[in-house]
Design a protein around this ligand. Structure first.
Ligand code: GLU
Length: 284
């Protein structure tokens, strides 16, 4: 098993100053007409998470950071959009398929795992990161395995693979509380209302490294699933092929590795870059 470590140090965040710009209706294929910008007046709406440090975070000053933000920015540039032409929109876990189908966003980079169920309604480019479901517990907790969760209070997020896996496979007898976002769960863990929080190790490591939680939590290090992060697009969109080309370039020119260093630092020991088009199957 690959060792993962969470240190007290907070990951150096790649802070991208992005201008949120209002724009009109979209053309369903990567952009919408507006004025200004380096892409001939086109803007692009991109779905990310707003509350996952190291992955997708909107700071109080309005700036965006995280690995997904870096990947989305790189991809948008390859599609012809400068940073100032990107409008980031929050897409919580349960809203992602709807946001794509309605055309609210042109693509989503939001810790969004590729799976068969989701592929019924949206398409995925990638994968661009392999993460694994894990547990975050209090530093002195005796929870060490998935089955230890049975009978315990566990928090996860509606519409996530993590909540689904707990109910179906990992601990069907856990008292699962499903909230709208992981930041609500982490508050419950800190206050003792829940015994554990479950989602991807990439997300949990970011929370554990936050200044205000220093030393309070630990990851169980269980690799309970394979979570292949993909970039979601509307079903049938020709953006999928273009985004795949951009992701391949991001890996080959070193920008992917740099984004890993900038955003995970020593908080998260990531898997190597996945091969675009190759999804690691879920664990049995
Ligand atoms: N990667 C998992 C998923 O797509 C969990 C993280 C999330 O909810 O964004 O469901």
């Amino acid at each position: 098993m690959k060792l993962r470590k969470v240190t007290a140090a907070t990951a150096a965040a790649l802070v991208l100053a992005l201008t949120a710009t209002a724009c009109g209706g979209d053309d369903g294929d990567g952009g919408s007409d507006s004025t200004g910008g380096e892409s001939g007046g086109k803007k692009i709406k991109v779905g990310i998470k707003y509350d996952q440090p190291g992955i997708g975070l909107k700071s109080p000053d309005g700036k965006f950071s995280g690995f997904d933000v870096a990947v989305a920015t790189y991809v948008a540039k390859e599609l012809g959009y400068a940073e100032g032409d990107i409008e980031f929109i929050e897409t919580p876990s349960a809203e992602r398929e709807n946001a794509l189908s309605r055309g609210d966003v042109q693509f989503i980079a939001a810790s969004y795992s590729i799976n068969d169920e989701r592929e019924k309604s949206v398409d995925f480019a990638g994968p661009y990161l392999l993460a694994h479901q894990d547990l975050l517990v209090k530093a002195d907790s005796d929870i060490k395995s998935g089955t230890d969760l049975n009978g315990k209070k566990l928090c996860s997020v509606t519409g996530s693979t993590s909540a689904q896996n707990v109910k179906e496979k990992i601990a069907p007898k856990a008292q699962l509380q499903e909230l709208g976002t992981y930041s609500e769960c982490i508050e419950g863990l800190a206050s003792g209302q829940v015994d554990a929080l479950t989602t991807d190790d990439s997300i949990l490591a970011g929370y554990a490294a936050q200044e205000q939680y220093k030393g309070q939590f630990k990851l169980a290090g269980l690799e309970l699933s394979n979570e292949n992060y993909g970039i979601g697009v509307k079903e049938g969109s020709d953006l999928k092929a273009k985004i795949n080309t951009a992701l391949e370039k991001m890996v080959s020119d070193g920008a992917w590795e740099q984004a890993v260093k900038d955003n995970f630092g020593d908080t998260y020991e990531n898997e190597p870059a996945p091969k675009v088009g190759t999804v690691v199957p879920p664990k049995a």
